[in-house]
Design a protein around this ligand. Structure first.
Ligand code: GAP
Length: 439
């Protein structure tokens, strides 16, 4: 088995995603819509697995975290206090010739990238998606689809503190949709107008913020490695002073080397006490913490690890993709970490025209289905069935053959080594669960 060192093209990933049912263009039958994508049968499983392991690691397995699921639509005053109405903007230029619009920082040498025409002076364009509440579409009814999940956690700080009786440091975690009217959605699902975020807002005592910031950077970097991302394709990059968001004292990005270059997977920011102070000022509700040690009210600092589910899914897909030569033929395989693999086990009968083999394979599949995502397939030859499962990253295939009827055993094939082992049917479930759990 020889691994092909060729660098992957983005088109290869896009076409695999469509062909195998990970990601489709949104509203494809109408010609699509910019910046929105649909996750197909395997994509939805991949995304759910990413969110599940994130939640398990960030909330369930820590005693300093609680969860939240806030609304996408919030009081528009939230976005004034947060600074988004004023500062969540991109500078745009228009081409006077072809009328196309570009982000000023994406244009080189002052010419239209499409037709070489003259460009206007940059103008600021707010990225929040606007909508109206109720029947009258006027300014009073105007609100926004949230551009980040973070604000839901800030405005609920007092509610969560009251009910959870937490002491500092503690955090709130949330996974949910966010919307941005990106001018140039690009690179498949990397920059879209509708996406999902997984965010933690971690409240700490002022003065301990820098230490906690570093701890979260290490924690989050380690998380991507834990689920199989190759460290040589990951790096940390600290924001320069002029790059920092208006709320941030320091931000470190975790970047992945995508086929289109290094790009941000997740940002970990030290947001200081900016958000709680802004919302206290704007709402008139005190958002502080009573510190029993010093017997004073303090406004916690916030450390924010903020990642995108879609970006993580894309990076895990790209990272898992391998082209290998097996007996002179190309094998495409997604080497997903078993926790992330959409399907954990696929069961096949070696011969689909033998009803006893089909019945036994179906029975094994239906038992396994009670424990893990399991597929049954008999629509092609065994070689093709293996290839199909390799392409969607299924860690194990179980094959029922003629001998199975006599020795009551089946063959388990390992996706990565392609090794096959014979296992008695009564031991199949435990063997697979053990091997899935070992990784
Ligand atoms: N609350 C902080 C915040 O929202 P951000 O850097 O703007 O910070 C955090 O976004 C993460 O959300 C990014 O690292 C990225 O993974 C994801 N993200 C942001 N904009 C996105 C977009 N247009 N498409 C897909 N994911 C996006």
């Amino acid at each position: 088995m020889v691994e092909d060192e060729k660098t992957i093209e983005m088109d290869t990933i896009v076409s695999l995603c469509k062909r195998r049912g990970f990601i489709f263009q949104s509203s494809e039958i109408y010609g699509g819509v910019g910046g929105s994508w649909d996750y197909g049968p395997f994509g939805v499983e991949l995304k759910r697995n990413i969110k599940n392991v994130w939640w398990r690691d960030m909330v369930q397995r820590r005693d300093d975290m609680v969860g939240l699921d806030a609304g996408i639509i919030m009081n528009p005053r939230v976005w004034e206090a947060s600074g988004h109405v004023e500062s969540f903007t991109d500078p745009l230029v228009d081409c006077v010739n072809c009328k196309k619009r570009f982000r000023a920082d994406h244009v080189e040498d002052g010419e239209c990238p499409e037709c070489g025409g003259q460009l206007t002076e940059p103008r600021l364009f707010n990225l929040m998606l606007k909508t109206f509440l109720g029947p009258v579409e006027d300014d009073a009814a105007r609100t926004y689809l949230r551009p980040e999940t973070a604000q839901g956690m800030f405005v609920n700080f007092a509610n969560v503190l009251d009910v959870s009786r937490r002491k500092l440091p503690f955090g709130i975690a949330q996974i949910g949709k966010a919307f941005r009217n990106e001018i140039t959605p690009r690179n498949f699902t990397f920059r879209t107008r509708e996406f999902e975020q997984m965010e933690v807002e971690y409240f700490v005592k002022p003065g301990t913020d820098e230490e906690w910031h570093q701890r979260w950077v290490d924690e989050r970097y380690g998380w991507y490695v834990k689920y199989g991302m190759r460290p040589e394709y990951l790096r940390l990059r600290q924001h320069e002073g002029d790059e920092l968001a208006h709320y941030s004292k320091a931000t470190h990005d975790i970047e992945y080397l995508f086929p289109f270059g290094w790009a941000e997977l997740e940002g970990i920011s030290n947001r200081t006490d900016f958000d709680l102070r802004q919302h206290t000022r704007s709402s008139g509700r005190e958002l502080s913490y009573f510190d029993e040690e010093s017997e004073t009210h303090i406004v916690p600092y916030i450390i924010e690890p903020s990642g995108g589910v879609d970006r993580a899914a894309l990076a895990f897909l790209v990272d898992a993709y391998r082209e290998e030569k097996v007996r002179k033929r190309k094998r495409v395989v997604l080497r997903f970490h078993p926790e992330l693999a959409p399907i954990k086990v696929a069961v096949f009968p070696l011969l689909r025209n033998r009803p006893e083999l089909v019945a036994l394979a179906k029975q094994i599949a239906s038992e396994l289905r009670m424990y893990v995502m399991t597929a049954y397939d008999d629509t092609a030859s065994i070689g093709r069935l293996y290839r199909r499962q390799d392409e969607i990253g299924t860690p194990f295939c179980v094959t029922v053959d003629v001998e199975s009827l006599e020795d009551n055993a089946v063959t388990i094939r390992d996706r990565d080594s392609m090794e096959q082992t014979r296992v008695p049917i009564p031991e199949v479930k435990d063997t697979l669960l053990d091997r899935l759990g070992e990784a």
